[in-house]
Design a protein around this ligand. Sequence first.
Ligand SMILES: Nc1nc2c(c(=O)[nH]1)N[C@H]1C(S)=C(S)[C@@H](COP(=O)(O)O)O[C@H]1N2
Ligand SMILES: [Mo]
Length: 414
Amino acid sequence: MCSGRILVPHPPTVLAVKPATLLDRLPKVEDFSYRLRGPQVTSRVGRWLGVAFAVAFLTGVWSHLQQDTPGWLSVPTRPVRLYQVTQGLHIIAGTVAVPLLLVKLWSVFPRFFQRPPRPGRALLVHLLERLSIGVLMAAAIFQLVTGLANSSQWYPWSFSFRSTHYAVAWVAITALIVHVAVKLPVIRAALGVPVEAAVPPDGVEEPREHEGETRSGGLTRRGLLRTTWVAAGLAALATAGASVPVLRNVSLFAVRSGEGPQGLPVNRSADAAGVVGIADDPDWRLEVTYQGESRTYDRDELMAMPQSTHVLPIACVEGWSATATWTGVRMADLVTAMGAPAASDVLVTSMQRFGAFGASLLPEDHTADPLTLLALQVNGMTLNLDHGYPCRIIAPNRPGVWQTKWVQRLEIDA
Ligand SMILES: Nc1nc2c(c(=O)[nH]1)N[C@H]1C(S)=C(S)[C@@H](COP(=O)(O)O)O[C@H]1N2
Ligand SMILES: [Mo]
């Protein structure tokens, strides 16, 4: 109700408070309840978070090597589903890490308010520890946020996703190893006592004010952990749907698990790639070149060559994968028809004129592999324009990005 008085804003009291008092107003580490928190919970969640990060790191390094293969490495063509499995695991591990990281951060959050010790050696150690945790937290959050955004094909940043995500992965894993090494005594002790133990184990300097409260009604630590595992499990199931057909119906997070034309998702459509009217032009000819010689084929000529049919997955870096039955000409046949050895590197160029996926290099082991096709059909039908009509590359154990669609030219480089 209106009192008729003029409302005068309160003076900004905060400015009048001395810095020392301001610090006092912040909550203290003892102000938080340790009924559910504590090293017993943190270490148990942290253990699985560490596993998730390790899996994400190893599969991520592998993905990087497959996409940007250094000279000393020759990526095997078998098992044909290797990349499908490693990249599926990568995305599942990253998604599972989200609820685990949230619970872990919540469980240690009060420590943020721990007062630093007096100047001296103790302060230095304290600051170093805080710094390493700050780096770890920032790197972990950055990896999960950019990774999840990328797997939803959302790029709200201007830096290169792949090189940044890869570089920060090394920062995160290094900080993680340092963190585990520093905390090892605490982790060991905390894992050695029951979750519900009221008294923090030796070597753990957690506040003890809330001792004995552990079992007082409501959620228990055991219950909290169980809830965390269920959340992590649901995250895994929801993500796995992007690769495992029977899980598709529960794949809430699996953005492109929905069916595209011919039962396969599409990452970039013909329209988005700007090839409509070019790729379906009846005058299209495939050009194959080798040592200055070149040869062209129209689609009927390719269809008249011996055809092979193989079941192979498309495994996208962004986490989804789908298996299909592909029919087409063996890459090795096209290469040997030019007088080149079957084991030749082949530069594949698409009709797509822009974007990073307009070309790919097929390494010699992949060219020679009888499963590698210049596919003309999928699941018994002429390739849909969105799947790369008139022809596309399909090779075993190969990141989806390099399964080039709308092929224009094959340059053999023996
Ligand atoms: N020319 C061209 N080929 C391409 C792409 C592209 O953008 N342009 N996308 C690649 C990516 S990232 C994937 S995962 C697969 C997806 O194939 P699909 O759309 O037939 O499922 O095609 C690959 N081939
Ligand atoms: Mo992809």
